[in-house]
Design a binder for this molecule. Sequence first.
Ligand code: FUB
Length: 343
Amino acid sequence: SADQTAPQAGSRAKDAARYLSQPLVSEIYTADPSAHVWGDGKLYIYPSHDIDGDAKEDDLGGHFEMRDYRILSMDSPGGKVTVHPTALDVKDVPWATQQMWAPDAAFKNGTYYLYFPAKDKQGAFRIGVATSKSPVGPFKANPAPIKGSFSIDPAVFTDTDGKSYMYFGGIWGGQLQRNVTGTYDPNGSKTDLEQPDKPALAPKVAALDGSMTEFSEKPRDVVILDEAGKPLLGKDHDRRFFEAAWMHKYNGKYYFSYSTGNTHYLVYAIGDSPYGPFTYKGRILEPVEGWTTHHSIVEWQGKWWLFYADSQLSGQTRLRNVKMTELTYNPDGTIQTINPFRK
Ligand code: FUB
């Protein structure tokens, strides 16, 4: 069916105490939570809206068949979570055909911007933008994707000087490896560069122009270094970038965080500029139930929060539920690793 109520009362509910935190909503399945506080004091979450489609599970994420976005909001941590009506549907995006994957949002000059990856008519992921005067939509999509965009998982960060940057990319089903020449290659590698001893494929960053709807520069590589100052290698699956970029600033430093995908960690690296380079520092979250997780980090009401997702309600990777838990920094600025299960 196109939508399903998560089986809260089903047999899985009895295991709830095993998990560090509980699903924020159970009316719909949600994943990839990008959380923001815009100024009215509330917290808004821009998640993927998972549906139970027909596709078999595969390594390229064909089973993530999402077709629309619904936004969540909360007045206080632990308080009621409101599930807002459809904010954008793939049928209203002229260039997109399927797979509305992990979105993000930004706010500038009275307008809210929803950024989202979807496949175009050639089957290539592109990143689109839609606008609204309300943080929860409905959003109106621009007729074409952002010029020069490719791959998945946009994350838009606005620095303290007001300049906004989009981080994006994902390997395997996210197609970063099929865009290395600047043109999408449908016959390219299914996974990565297939060069384990070479630097891993880098996520991308590009500044946004004043319209917030186009890049103002060609996307650059986000370089992630090891403790010796060398780029992480393709074979370093515990640490190299896979997907789910996020940027936040803490005590004047830039924290670039991401998922390692097939090893299932959320990890982070720290730098002195929004462009990097970033030095790998460690894990934020140990593996959750389900193949994917994807996160955001935001300060709200004097605390720092990690938003992530797992498959607690369904037991199925394609039907996820978003969660939040407090994030703690050590005095040296490193982040304490979170275990998503109780001991
Ligand atoms: O939700 C679909 C895809 O799975 C996202 O774009 C990835 O980050 C992973 O969570």
